[in-house]
Design a protein around this ligand. Structure first.
Ligand SMILES: Cc1cc2nc3c(=O)[nH]c(=O)nc-3n(C[C@H](O)[C@H](O)[C@H](O)COP(=O)(O)OP(=O)(O)OC[C@H]3O[C@@H](n4cnc5c(N)ncnc54)[C@H](O)[C@@H]3O)c2cc1C
Length: 367
């Protein structure tokens, strides 16, 4: 059986590793000139680590350094609106890891035979029978996996009437700040904007900020420093230590639910299937779950029954997590003062079980 994978990001490479370990011939077609990731940090939560365990790579990532689970949500003066019990989360669900994105991509890429990696190939159209048209010609396979991200050509080829990704109304900045003492990880909510940070194992601090803005707005580091100037420590210091060229800004998109993740001999996975807001930090974790579930289903059941099993295992779960992710961040982007005042007064009074119920179902996954 030959498997062609369109896109060599985290989802595509994980798929290649999972099929290769099961003795299948794989080929990864990647548009970029090299298999690598720009971007800053990435948190892999317990479910994502379990998916990596299924392809023998979880321990390698854990060995690079464990991270603290999210400590909770703070108000701009530093008061806690929601406080997680990090030790309890680790005890119940397992480890969290924060890595540089490129480190995860390198780990996955090294587990795929080099001859299976074909950079510099731009896929133009995918046919349900397993034919792939691309910049170098045409290829065919028993199974094609579209792991080509939020603006997926594979998805457009199979569901041309689907409306495609939707801008959610806020833009995101990411950067790695130089090593400095910060505790754990937390997110702080203001009015239509928020700031989060996570300590990396090497002492650097992965930071992100989000703010309501029209799609396509470009806002530089000086303006960011101004926006968050009055916020609690260490936010101004983190922004103060950032370098302009290290700050990445991307608009935030999510994908309205697809009617299926498979058609003919083709499946979509990762952001191509269910791009979600980053609020729960689950996008890459879900792509890893997709990859190992798909490989196991096709390996044990054959292509068509395996694809059907993949669709029914993955679509309800990932679409539910995408919905939860959207809801989880919505109140951070309120701008009305009465509403944000009410939010900040009520959140600390709510029973923790309420947050636990929305956060933790993602963590319990096993293959
Ligand atoms: C700000 C932010 C923070 C996040 N934080 C986290 C986090 O902490 N934890 C987490 O789990 N997730 C997080 N996510 C989500 C995560 O980044 C994505 O869900 C994940 O990277 C998706 O991987 P993917 O392989 O599906 O898609 P992508 O990473 O987009 O990869 C797609 C690949 O396909 C290639 N490609 C595209 N089109 C073509 C084509 N036509 N032909 C050939 N190749 C093509 C691209 O070049 C790319 O290499 C975050 C997202 C954002 C925006």
């Amino acid at each position: 059986m030959k498997v062609i994978i369109v896109g060599g990001g985290i989802g595509g490479l994980a798929t290649a590793v999972a099929f290769h370990r099961r003795g299948r011939q794989v080929e990864v077609l990647e548009r970029a000139a090299a298999f690598t990731e720009v971007g800053a940090g990435l948190t892999i939560q317990p479910n994502g680590l379990r998916a990596l365990d299924a392809v023998g790579l979880g321990e390698r990532l854990r060995a690079g350094g464990l991270a603290e689970p999210p400590a909770g949500i703070r108000g701009r003066r530093g008061d806690w609106l929601v406080r997680n019990d990090a030790e309890d989360l680790k005890r119940r669900f397992g480890a969290w890891v924060t890595v540089h994105r490129a480190a995860l991509v390198d780990l996955l890429r090294a587990a795929v035979p080099p001859e299976a990696l074909r950079p510099g190939i731009d896929v133009r159209h995918v046919h349900p029978d397993g034919t792939v048209h691309h910049s170098e010609g045409t290829s065919t396979a028993d199974l094609v996996v579209g792991a080509d991200g939020v603006h997926s050509v594979t998805r457009r080829s199979l569901w041309p009437d689907h409306p495609g990704p939707r801008y959610v109304g806020y833009t995101t900045w990411r950067f790695l700040a130089p090593p400095q003492p910060v505790e754990g990880s937390a997110e702080t909510w203001g009015s239509g904007e928020r700031f989060g940070y996570v300590r990396m194992p090497d002492g650097r601090v992965y930071c992100y900020a989000m703010a309501n803005a029209p799609a396509g707005s470009r806002i530089g580091l000086d303006e960011l420093r101004g926006r968050f100037a009055g916020w609690h420590d260490p936010i101004p210091a983190l922004l103060g230590s950032a370098r302009e060229e290290a700050v990445l800004q991307h608009d935030t998109y999510e994908l309205p639910a697809l009617p299926a993740y498979v058609r003919g001999n083709v499946a979509v996975l990762g952001d191509a299937a269910h791009a979600m807001t980053p609020n729960l930090g689950q996008g890459a974790c879900q792509a890893l779950e997709d990859a190992v579930t798909l490989a196991r289903a096709v390996d044990t059941l054959g292509v068509r029954p395996g694809l059907a099993a993949y669709d029914s295992a993955r679509r309800p779960r990932t679409q539910r997590i995408a919905r939860r992710s959207r809801q989880a961040g919505a109140a951070a982007h309120w701008t009305s003062t009465p509403l944000t005042t009410l939010r900040d007064a009520v959140l600390p009074l709510l029973p923790y079980a309420l947050f636990d119920r929305s956060l933790t179902p993602a963590y319990t996954w096993t293959i």
